[in-house]
Ligand binder design. Sequence first.
Ligand code: C2E
Ligand code: MG
Ligand code: MG
Length: 435
Amino acid sequence: MPTTTPPSPERAASAGEATQASRVLIVDDDAFMATLLGLMLGRIGAFEAVGETDPAAALERLREHAREFDGIVVDLNMPGIDGMAFFRHLADIGYAGCVVPFSGEAPEVLESVMQLARSHGLNVPGTLTKPPRLEQLQALPWGCADARATSAGGDAGWQPDEQALRQALARGDIGCMYQPKVDLRDGRLVGVEALARWRHAAHGLITPDRFVPLAESCGAISELTRSVLETSLAQQARWRAQGLALSMSVNASARDLGDLGFADLVSERARHHGTQPEELVIEVTESELGDDPRLLVEIMSRLRLRRFALSIDDFGSGYSTLSKLRDAVFDEIKIDRDFTHAAHASLRGTVLFDSCTRLGQALGMRVVAEGIEDRLDWDFCRSHGVHLAQGYFISRPLAGEQLPRWQELWRERVPELVPTASDGGHSERPDQARA
Ligand code: C2E
Ligand code: MG
Ligand code: MG
């Protein structure tokens, strides 16, 4: 039986008219628990909760109207369809909003269920224990806005083809979101990573997993990289004009690095937009670095000689890691989120994470941890020699114009996150970010 709990009036008003309430579906066979959680969600922010006590009915509704909900809270112990089966069904329908396991079981059980849900490809920002607590609800990085952008607009079933991609590139429909990178020592915002987003008129906001591999296979990747480079350098120049000096990280495909003209293109466009080479970081995914490193090393050396920064992305996720570190010189090592998030929770996780950070430090590289999803990740990285942090706990990817406002809010959070910081997260020159 569905019940609806609207957001509390004062929160709805304070969120401003432009902020639409996030709709959350609470699936729990205990109607009291669903109502209680709904009321608490209404209190903490612009949430509108809908309770559903019958998991089968909830699934039927989601099959028809998945995009109606920005997030789903799922009780694990339900008769008929339990939480684990529910996640599988959500994955089958390609649900892209956030999914939060909810249970009175021990934290280890919730943790392993969360990993299971993530392994289905679901967007799981964290878990909730029963009975729900306000602090826990507030601390959860819901990220419904981003999830809605993906799930509401992003039609999970739609797979673009080459023609659609080329048309989007020609029309400028592929833009960028920017995810902040902050210094763990003092919380300062030092840079952002540009993440490609395709704004499709009919299918909504499409994430790069659905068009980057296509761009690579159909030979449109250099056009995509060029477009992202142009958009992000122009945004960086706008921020600079507002007094916000930030480094810009751009993802390059291994194919870009196989192109002899790449270093010239990067130099020329950076000069055009007034970006100093140290203010531009080129990220390359480790697993994409090909087997024959000669051409790659040539292009990378050229970029380095021109003082652009190079980052080895998703470190730990690939295979021949060490040889790549031997053959090419990187300024930055970006530890993959699979190794960062919850590294503190197990001895194995901690040992692997420490090995990556020590390797980076010993090679004189800046160590960046991505996938900081909660306070525990944040504190762990601070005490384990990581320089910069990126992740949903700090911020989801943002539209360029949202960044200055985000920075104001971030400054308010910094004193609590970095007890010794005195100036509350002012930006600094990116070249000073290095520890
Ligand atoms: P990446 O470069 O490793 O980028 C980080 C990805 O992790 C982004 O996903 C970001 O939204 C996500 N992320 C950030 N913080 C967290 C967190 O705390 N938890 C979790 N679970 N995820 C987090 P996105 O934007 O979907 O990008 C996915 C990948 O697509 C990127 O991974 C990058 O490899 C590729 N990509 C994105 N933009 C471009 C581009 O312009 N060119 C190329 N060649 N590849 C791109
Ligand atoms: Mg990256
Ligand atoms: Mg990465």
